[in-house]
Design a protein around this ligand. Structure first.
Ligand code: NAP
Length: 275
């Protein structure tokens, strides 16, 4: 077992990648704390765990500094320490974003390309983005990653050991025109990963990121069949990814197998981005 006697916190662990990561870490011997906005989905992850050390659910909105502080106070009081943090909680669209319109225009663009005509359809996502959507996107991804990292470092610094993994995205590497706010948040997470890796290396704490391509989770299940086909056509391995493929990447980055990795990103993406 690669994570025997380790205590891990996975944010947004009630769904998709966070659930797959939580279950794999538990199988590898970690005691896994599953954070979620909705306690019932975190509880579902905990009850599916097959591992010797089990887990527990904890509710907090990672975008809220006070809630994150309270979550870590509970962890410190009940468990005394933390070895692993995965900053995974995320949203693909902000409040009020017109997903249907973005999908409609994306499909129109694909049809234009297929028919050999171009230039008729304009996405115009950025010019229609609201302040509220921009703020919530950055709050969940970037503020959440910062708030959880800050508190985790306070615990990890007590024994000068730890591993942090931040979920970024290929959207940070290539830019994703349908979600400029998401792309900005994920790009900032990569820069933050690099800076913090340098900051805390002397304490034996490693900080890395994962930049997945398109993975089948509730976040991507609302893609239309046409958009999905277009994504697969642009992916050299000709498929979307499975959550367990990202979980395996996370396990590598938090285990001693990656002991010389810090400030890096790995991108399970089927070749969608080759950098
Ligand atoms: P998902 O299935 O939608 O899971 C995201 C989880 O985060 C949900 O359980 C959600 O809770 C939770 N969450 C959202 N806001 C939160 C908050 N403020 N505080 C605490 N939890 C919160 O999405 P996923 O595909 O597994 O994505 C996981 C991470 O991977 C995200 O950071 C995403 O951006 C990143 N990623 C995903 C893909 C992909 O193709 N799937 C690709 C690249 C990167 P609710 O369900 O209650 O909202």
């Amino acid at each position: 077992m690669k994570l025997k006697d380790r205590i891990a916190l996975v944010t947004g662990g009630g769904s998709g990648l966070g659930r797959a990561i939580s279950l794999l870490f538990a199988e590898e011997g970690a005691h896994v704390i599953v954070n979620e906005l909705r306690p019932e989905t975190a509880e579902q992850t905990v009850s599916s765990m097959k591992g010797p050390a089990g887990g527990r659910a904890i509710q907090a909105d990672v975008a809220d500094s006070a809630q994150v502080k309270a979550m870590f106070a509970t962890i410190e009081r009940e468990l005394g320490t933390l070895d692993i943090l995965v900053n995974n909680a995320g949203i693909a669209f902000g409040p009020g974003d017109d997903r249907a319109e973005v999908n409609r225009k994306s499909e129109a663009l694909i049809m234009e390309l297929l028919s050999g005509q171009g230039g008729q359809t304009h996405l115009d996502v950025t010019q229609n983005l609201s302040d509220e959507s921009w703020r919530r996107m950055l709050a969940v991804h970037l503020d959440g990653t910062f708030y959880c990292t800050r508190e985790a470092l306070r615990l990890m610094s007590k024994k000068n050991r730890g591993a942090i993994v931040n979920l970024s995205s290929v959207a940070a590497l290539t830019g994703l025109e349908v979600v400029p706010h998401y792309s900005a948040a994920k790009g900032a997470i990569l820069a933050f990963t690099r800076a913090v890796a340098r900051d805390v290396a002397s304490r034996g704490i490693r900080v890395n990121a994962i930049c997945p391509g398109y993975i089948d989770t509730p976040m991507t299940e609302r893609m239309s069949p046409l958009i999905r086909t277009a994504v697969i056509a642009r992916t050299p391995l000709r498929r979307t990814g499975e959550p367990h493929e990202v979980a395996a990447t996370a396990l590598f980055l938090v285990s001693d197998d990656s002991s010389f990795f810090t400030g890096q990103w790995l991108s399970p993406n089927g070749g969608l981005f080759i950098g």
